[in-house]
Design a binder for this molecule. Structure first.
Ligand code: HEM
Ligand SMILES: [Cu+2]
Length: 650
């Protein structure tokens, strides 16, 4: 049953499954409005959406990224249901719906789940780890969040308004151009990623300036916790990688909307897209993994009760991986036919990344060696990560062998490989970080018993899902197909994979339940230091006061807090006298500005001139207004601060 009608002058077909999705979105919005009104929570919500404070913005990132995770995970489960049996025909997959779902899954997971969840943890932990009171640019931080949210909403809403992008998360030309992908789907992709990308760039600038300029006295670069170090390098990677995506998306947008021919035909070249996309895309995977490395380093040191083995080489390895990450993009294009010399060079540069990565793995192992190990949930995730990531790395080196890649390319082997690093690296890191910093964020601990159940369900499910994919790939199953023939022996492996995916699904539900349970009955964090921590964030109360540090501490070494614990009573010498602290005011502008970006994008996607021009003018106008308004804010005087907010020597 299809329903046809026109929207902004474009005619759209609404198949029944889309209608069902539309109705559930509507129902969701109505019930949210109802609940907010019933419990009189509008004002509370307003406080959150207008905040410019780093820890609140961090929680916003975690919430929105978590919501997108549920969406991307639902896509994955539906895909796995479809693939569970050979020659299956699941009702959702009318038309080319599989491609849409596969594309939104990939795009959402990379841009709207993994990155924002990591950026959320950075927002929460980095200012505390370096003894800062906030990021350098709080207003810009809020703007970053809202731009990401606007971009993510744009890509996700496409499913119910005109159809999603369907050319894969890589959107290769000419497939993604209007000849082969008519309809609004890939316009959503191009504009949604563009808008979110501006936010990500602003985030990078913000963290660079914060880490370079706002460290407390004594916190030299060579004393920073590894998570802060990885954030610094990640911010550099974003700064250099995202502009390539910006340009690529602009070319795609122009080709699709204004009839240019950058990426196609005699005057254009579809390889331009592939190069630009992967010049961005490969650093992107390091943007996703380096922060996870940072989290694991911090978690492993705390729960082994040892200083990180080879601190300097760990930092050096992060920087080297980040640097080499820009030199390997052609390994995604071995089969394009650039020739043996080019393939050989990029094969070798790719394999060379295994060296700094290996250094890191050995340093983690040596940190564990002889340590007093506590198997908390955060630590279990870190321990499970090591072998998992090594497997993902090994299949990566296999793929880097250019001649062999002619066999692996575009097969399920690749799908297995990148989920081992993205889920087994990034997602495990995010889970670890969430369990680790949760008490700091909310003042209570997530329950460990439920946490361990969640861990085991996830890890077992993970290997069941993704390990068989390598074998399917070697047996010849191509990626991005919605079904496969009976009698090729692929059925049982696919069934196992689907079962594993559902175990992971249950695990995520269990995490949600654990959050609810711990909120009601969880152990309170009275001391601010539930794990016997080593870095600055554990020296202040949980959750921290708005100003974080009443007086910023003077840092004397790596693992600054631990040093004070060992060489004294855990009290810091204050680095400054008592003085007033300025807290920037809340503002709705970032949200409104991003809303305008969202609206204007709609104007372009559906070719509605009034919205395009009106939206564009409003964006510029709001930016000008902002430039001429004083940001205001509030002063907290020393008398109002809790004296014991930071343990100090008098
Ligand atoms: C947690 C459970 C997950 C499951 C069960 C799952 C499953 C899948 C499946 C079935 C596909 C389609 C493969 C194909 O048809 O070629 C896919 C593609 C993909 N997934 Fe996942 N995935 C999960 C999580 C993630 C995460 C966390 C990320 C990223 C951080 C991710 C990134 C991707 C990407 C980039 C693609 C490729 C899309 C494309 O080919 O354009 N996935 N996944
Ligand atoms: Cu790559």
């Amino acid at each position: 049953m299809d329903i046809k009608y026109s929207f902004f002058g474009k005619s759209i077909r609404f198949p029944s499954d889309i209608l069902a999705a539309d109705l559930s979105v509507l129902l969701f919005i109505l019930s949210a409005v109802f609940l907010l009104t019933k419990y009189k929570k509008w004002k509370w919500l307003w406080g959150w959406v207008t905040t410019t404070h780093h820890s609140k913005i961090g929680i916003l990132y975690l919430t929105a990224g978590g919501a997108f995770f549920l969406r991307g995970g639902l896509d994955a489960l539906i895909m796995r249901l479809q693939l569970a049996l050979p020659e299956n025909h699941f009702w959702v997959f009318q038309g080319e719906k599989y491609n849409q779902m596969m594309t939104t899954h990939g795009t959402t997971m990379i841009f709207f789940v993994a990155m924002p969840l990591l950026i959320g943890l950075m927002n929460i932990a980095v200012p505390l780890q370096i003894g800062a009171r906030d990021l350098a640019f709080p207003y810009m931080n809020a703007l970053s969040f809202w731009l990401f949210f606007a971009g993510g909403s744009l890509v996700n809403i496409s499913f119910v308004l005109g159809g999603s992008p369907s050319a894969g998360w890589t959107a290769y030309a000419p497939l993604a151009l209007s000849t082969f992908s008519p309809g609004p789907g890939n316009d959503y992709y191009a504009l949604g990623l563009q808008i979110a990308g501006i936010g990500t760039l602003l985030t990078a600038i913000n963290f660079l300036v914060t880490i370079l300029n706002k460290r407390t006295p004594g916190m030299k670069l060579s004393r920073m916790p590894l998570f802060t170090w990885s954030t610094l390098v990640t911010a550099m990677l974003i700064l250099f990688a995202f502009p390539a995506l910006t340009v690529a998306l602009l070319l795609l947008t122009f080709d699709r909307m204004f009839g240019t021919a950058f990426l196609v035909g005699d005057i254009g070249n579809s390889l331009i897209w592939q190069h630009l996309f992967w010049i961005f895309g490969h650093p992107e995977v390091y943007i996703l993994i380096l922060p996870a490395f940072g989290i694991f380093s911090d978690v492993i040191t705390v729960f082994s009760k040892k200083q990180l083995f080879g601190y300097t080489s760990m930092v050096f390895a992060i920087v080297l991986i980040g640097f080499l990450g820009f030199m390997v993009w052609v390994h995604h294009m071995f089969t394009v036919g650039l020739g043996p010399s080019s393939n050989a060079i990029f094969a070798i540069s790719t394999m060379s990344i295994a060296v700094p990565t290996g250094i890191k793995v050995f340093n983690w192992l040596f940190t564990l060696r002889g340590g007093v190990i506590r198997f908390t949930t955060a630590m279990l995730y870190a321990l499970a990560f090591i072998p998992t990531f090594v497997m993902g790395g090994v299949t990566g080196v296999m793929l880097a062998a250019a001649p062999a890649d002619y066999q692996y390319h575009d097969s399920y082997f690749v799908v297995g490989h990148f989920h081992y690093v993205l889920v087994g690296g990034t997602i495990l890191g995010i889970f670890s970080g969430i369990y680790y910093w949760w008490p700091k964020m909310f003042g209570f601990l997530l329950d460990e018993k439920r946490g361990k159940w969640q861990f085991w369900l996830f890890t077992v499910g993970f290997h069941l899902t993704f390990f068989p994919m390598h074998i399917m790939g070697l047996m010849g199953m191509p990626r991005r197909v919605y079904t496969y023939l009976d009698g090729e022996g692929l059925g049982p492996l696919n069934m196992i994979s689907t079962i594993g995916a559902f175990l992971m699904g249950f695990s995520v539900l269990l995490l949600l339940y654990n959050i609810y349970w711990s909120y009601r009955h969880g152990e309170k964090d009275e001391t601010g230091d539930p794990w016997n921590g080593r870095t600055l964030e554990w020296s202040i109360p949980s959750p921290p006061p708005e100003y974080n540090f009443a007086r910023r501490p003077f840092v004397r070494g790596v693992d600054a807090f631990w040093k004070e614990k060992m060489e004294g009573d855990g009290a810091f010498k204050p680095a400054e006298g008592r003085k007033a602290v300025h807290i920037p005011s809340s503002t709705a502008q970032p949200m409104i500005l991003s809303g305008l970006f969202f609206l204007t994008a709609f104007g372009f996607i559906f070719d509605w001139r009034v919205v395009q021009i009106g939206g564009g003018i409003s964006i510029v106008a709001l930016a000008i207004i902002r430039s001429f308004t004083d940001c205001g804010g509030r002063i907290i005087h020393p008398e109002e601060m809790e004296l014991n907010a930071v343990k100090e020597e008098e």
